[in-house]
Design a protein around this ligand. Sequence first.
Ligand code: ADP
Ligand code: MG
Length: 550
Amino acid sequence: MISDVARLIRLARPARTRLIGAILLAAGATGAAVALLAVSGWLIARASFEPPVLHLMVAVVAVRFFGISRGVLRYAERLVGHDAAFTALATVRQRLYAQLERLAPIGRLWRRGDLLDRLVADVDAVPNVLTRAVVPAVSGVLVMAAAVIAATIILPSAGAVLATALVIGAILGPWTVARADQRESAQLRDVQARRADLIAETVLAASDPGLAEIGPGRLAAVADLDVAEARLVRRAARRAGVANAATMLSLTAASAVIWWLGSGATQAGTLAAENATLLVLLPLGLLEVSGAMQPAVAAAAQAAASARRIFGVLDTPAERARPGAEVPAEPWPIVLRDAALTWPGADEPSVRDVDLHLAPGRRIAIAGPSGSGKSTVLAGLMEYADVTGGDYLVAGAPHAEYAADTVRSIYAWCDQQAHLFDTTIAENVRLSRPGASDEQIAAALDAARLSDWIASLPHGAETMVGQFGVRVSGGQRQRIGLARALLADRPVLLADEPTASLDRETADRLMRDLLAASGDRALVVVTHDRRYLGDFDVVLDLEATQLLAR
Ligand code: ADP
Ligand code: MG
């Protein structure tokens, strides 16, 4: 778990300084809270001896200082911490996007929409690991260490007692609970998944009169799973409660033991009474810090699961790496001649006799019924499907002479349904070119005809799109995808049924704007909607081609 989180943090390197800043600010804030209690105790005990008021001035000022700085530092920590978290999020997102593009935009991964959605959710969980786990845990450990050192300086035996109580209450306790949680979370997920399947099956069966009898038995099975889930959830809650109590108990006990040690030392004349008060209050002041350790560890465990899925993708080697020359900046002409395209692992080509000639400004439609191989042609251009017959030429040379990655980098991609991350419009566009300036993003948004809509939003391009883009319409989503593809600024723009999920009118407008926005790029659009074919320079009709091929 720790190694996954550590790797996630390393990945978020651009946020490092701010992360360290947030940790120090958090340590300052909690440290101030602890110091406030301890110094207040010292002050009250000291004042009871009625010394000249001047002798109390430093402590009085310190109390005021800690009281105010606690709030100020906490506020600053929140600002810096969230800033760090969102920088980290953007970095991880960009890395993942680049990797997904390398792996297979229309290959295995992207065909599984649910997988991708989960991955998007995993990435969006990245900020939590920083703000909920790393910052509180690391700053907590710093404050606890400082408290132990301070106690040891004043009275070594008290330092030892405090250290023992903290190890038990704030480290061993949370750790044990997290281990148990982790063991049981797999069971919990399993129960939930089984219930979801069962419910889906039962609902489907309900519409079939022949299956009506199975209903009651199924419902009983669902109820059993409900009970199993409740038991697991209750057990987790009980564990958290026990750990919480253990933290309280160990620190309160430490306070009592220190009181006993302190009275002894005070009577022996080796410890001033006000210092004894300070020591007794120290463990109580640390209750908040040590109580925060358990949720921090739980948050880290949760993030570790997300991190593992993210790294699973990042660590997948690009299967089709091939060394070779760089594709020239002007890759024209790009030609498929009598090409047969075969998916890896398939025995037969999915499409044959494909002729395609891509040139600057040329707009090509690929038409044909479902399953006729339209997407496969795009996959062939991007080398996700193999050219097993005929030729694929780039700048006049066989494509295999170029490194696979550089052939792929000729193309920008518009998906059937643009995948949006839970961030701003601008950040979603920036994914295709992380270094892009705000002006370049504005230009891309403008070319995708989004400027008017964006101008009408209170936060403009900084508007959040919501999880999976729930807050934008289908047409806006596709246009954000188009802006992303335009920003990538590649010589060829590929779009696979970009209007498939849109109503007729929205689809018409998007298609018109897509044709206009492609400019002097080559544009290849897959569409099964024959209405648009007249607007293109060239139409590759796979229905006809495949008939001829047969
Ligand atoms: P279209 O886009 O015209 O609907 P496709 O190009 O998706 O058609 O499909 C053509 C054929 O290629 C189908 O038989 C399909 O099963 C196969 N195919 C499509 N995508 C893949 C893939 N990623 N891996 C293996 N086979 C695929
Ligand atoms: Mg398709």
